[in-house]
Design a protein around this ligand. Structure first.
Ligand code: ADE
Length: 226
């Protein structure tokens, strides 16, 4: 998979891809991340990427021309499956969208700033608008990092244990069951006996029950289709 990220602050996006699982995924050649500084696509001497809103109003708007130049240049090189705009008024990100995106070949992610981008960018280039929650960040970069992390860890070969992504919370619309590791008794706080019984069919049933109970208690909205 190849992900091209268009941003006015590429520095925010260097460290997330330089550590741990994402770094290893890049080193293994399972994903390529290309950061594009929008200012490199500006022709005027002031390197201006934003301007006042037509009609007045507080806040600057990201101009269409540098974004057009960047996206059109990328599209001339290869086909893109999705051109995503990170924005608080997009569709809230969930595991279903993450799963869908993990199957794509080439993706562009545009990070919004200020009051957002000129609407014509959204109308003519963007195929999907994503929010990571109902709150406003100072820019789309951290949201793009969240999206990339969630997507990249699903690419086959990225996680050591392939099954571990399948048992994540949300993967089947249920929260994951509680997990424990050694010691089995810590200051009198004991691990549920079933987990040390060695009876794996029973353990599986217990985990399924716990998933259901946890979901009913913490996120009953996930069970609303039942
Ligand atoms: N840009 C600013 N806030 C955002 C959010 N909540 N999700 C995605 N992009 C954003």
């Amino acid at each position: 998979m190849r992900i091209d990220i268009i941003t006015v602050v590429p520095d925010i996006l260097t460290s997330p891809f330089d550590v741990s699982i994402l770094k290893r995924a890049i080193e293994k050649g399972l994903v390529e991340i290309h950061l594009h500084n929008l200012r490199d696509y500006v022709t005027d001497n002031y390197k201006q990427i934003d301007d006042y809103q037509f009609g007045g109003g507080a806040g600057m708007v990201m101009m269409i021309e540098p974004i057009d130049k960047c996206i059109t240049g990328l599209k001339a090189e290869r086909e893109y499956d999705e051109i995503i705009y990170m924005t608080p008024d997009g569709a809230t990100l969930n595991q279903k969208t993450v799963n869908t995106l993990s199957l794509k070949e080439n993706i562009i992610i545009l990070c919004g700033h200020y009051k957002g981008v000129d609407q014509r960018v959204r109308d003519h280039f963007i195929t999907r608008e994503i929010s990571i929650g109902d709150y406003v960040l100072s820019g789309g970069e951290l949201a793009a990092a969240v999206l990339c992390d969630a997507v990249i860890r699903l690419i086959p070969g990225v996680l050591g244990n392939e099954t571990s992504a399948l048992t994540d919370s949300f993967q089947d619309d249920l929260l994951a069951p509680p997990v424990y590791t050694r010691p089995a008794d810590y200051k009198g706080w004991k691990v549920p006996e079933i987990l040390t019984s060695g009876n794996f069919p029973k353990i599986e049933t217990w985990r399924e029950e716990q998933s259901y109970l946890r979901t009913r208690q913490l996120r009953p909205d996930l069970l609303k289709d039942e």
